[in-house]
Design a protein around this ligand. Structure first.
Ligand code: UD1
Length: 420
């Protein structure tokens, strides 16, 4: 088990190129099941979740190679329809294989998905959408058993704009004769990216990013090369790191529109932001003003995946703020660790009140999930003295060598193997 040892108090300077988005890569990897020929994904980071998804595809019989940030997937030899719990419990996105498996092979049997423990995370929207497309689904011994032999195009209205369910249903309907319509879909940029990928491979999907996604069935998908969009959560994490530490950094790869909800809050807290094309520059003195109210919402609202990092930022901003988490029930778990560092935080259900303190104090803390873990790293970068963040495996699921990126910007952070 690795840990990060951080000597806080360094300002950050320099620039960082943002890698491709985990939340784009994972559904696209699952969509490779739909393709007749090899797909090549370029500039792919080394996230543990990507390895986990590769293992799921391999378990179904796909061939994958990952070398020099280039991921090749060929699914023509898929000969199994079963993904066991030992693989699905490692990541929530394992559920993504359901839609493509039903579309291409008409059957699938997978164990319930795992992933970050940040709330109940039901999959009812995925399953009810697939049922509305005619899939027969039942549960047997903790496994989801699906038969897609009678699937038909349809009009589906989601009760909530779930990102994963929208993606699963887009993939499930690619080959259905006629027109499938998804109403009240999620509008995240990663959904547009999935649409672009599917269309590049030969699908006919339009409307991603709007209130209605329309899929016209095609006979088959080919193969080819694709580069997923940049990771707006990694981008946002680095911007928040600089706001807290002070300094001036540029992050390259994300568009202003995708980052707007965070950039607004960073400006309100006193940071200078300058955007030129896909280069976002932030300048901060490290003395921040608290933003009175922020709530997480589906895109284009404030992303839940930046909530923890933002709470860390508010914990050293002058004044009090209220942060409301509307998506995941237990996503304030990390705040107990932040309190060990001196933060003044009070959590009540889905609300969290933070009153900024002058500074945090380094100590030993434990990451409990991916983004909460990243928030503890940011707190450590800002804190007085030495912070040790244990259970770094959570952070490795969504940040590629996070310590190297931060070191390149001037942070003092090293990775150590925990002896215990
Ligand atoms: C995706 C992201 C994740 C992000 C989340 C919200 C990926 C791989 N992961 O997760 O990083 O935090 O979007 O932006 O893209 N829900 C149900 N039933 C369902 C599905 C979801 O009730 O069948 C609820 C969830 O519990 C949650 C809300 O809907 O409260 C949003 O979840 P969803 O958009 O599905 O998130 P994910 O796709 O799991």
């Amino acid at each position: 088990m690795d840990k990060f040892v951080i000597s806080g108090g360094q300002k950050l300077f320099g620039e960082a190129k943002i890698c491709c988005a985990k939340n784009s890569i994972l559904p696209i990897m699952a969509a490779s099941i739909l393709c007749d020929q090899t797909i090549v994904l370029n500039e792919i980071p080394n996230f543990v979740d990507i390895k986990n998804m590769e293992n799921i595809l391999k378990c179904l019989g796909a061939d994958t190679t990952f070398c020099d940030n280039r991921l090749e997937i060929s699914t023509k030899n898929i000969n199994s329809f079963f993904v066991p719990k030992s693989l699905t419990e490692k990541l929530r996105s394992s559920i993504f294989v359901l839609g493509p498996m039903l579309a291409k092979h008409k059957k699938a049997k997978i164990a319930y998905p795992g992933g970050c423990k940040i709330g109940l995370r039901p999959i009812d929207i995925h399953l009810s959408g697939l049922k509305q497309l005619g899939a027969e689904i039942c549960e047997q011994d903790g496994l989801i058993v699906c038969d897609g032999s009678h699937m038909k195009s349809s009009k589906i209205k989601l009760r909530y704009p779930s990102v994963g369910a929208t993606e699963n249903l887009m993939m499930a309907s690619v080959f259905l004769e006629g027109t499938t319509v998804i109403l009240n879909p999620a509008k995240e940029p990663e959904i547009v990216d999935l649409q672009n990928f599917l269309n590049q491979m030969g699908a006919n999907v339009c409307g991603a990013g709007t209130e209605e996604i329309v899929i016209l069935g095609v006979k088959n998908l080919g193969g080819g090369e694709f580069k997923p969009i940049a990771d707006r959560i990694v981008c946002g994490t680095l911007l928040i790191a600089c706001s807290m530490c002070g300094g001036k950094i540029s992050v390259i790869g994300c568009r202003e529109k995708e980052m707007a909800s965070l950039l607004n809050e960073l400006r309100k807290s006193g940071c200078k932001i300058d955007v030129k094309n896909d280069r976002i520059t932030i300048e901060s003195t490290g003395s921040l003003k608290a933003v009175s109210f922020v709530e997480t919402l589906p895109y284009p609202g404030f992303p839940t995946d930046l909530q923890a990092q933002f709470v860390a930022m508010m914990s050293i901003s002058s004044g009090c703020s209220k942060i409301v988490e509307n998506l995941f029930e237990t996503r304030f778990g990390f705040t107990g660790q932040l309190q060990k560092m001196g933060a003044n935080i009070c959590v009540n259900g889905k609300e969290c009140c933070v009153c900024g303190v002058e500074n945090l104090v380094g100590t030993k803390v434990f990451a409990g999930d991916l983004r909460g873990g990243a928030a503890l790293v940011l707190a450590g970068l800002r804190a007085k003295g030495e912070t040790t963040v244990c259970n770094v495996f959570h952070i490795d699921r969504g940040y590629d060598a996070f310590e190297k990126t931060l070191s390149s910007l001037g942070a003092k952070i090293i990775r150590k193997r925990d002896e215990k």
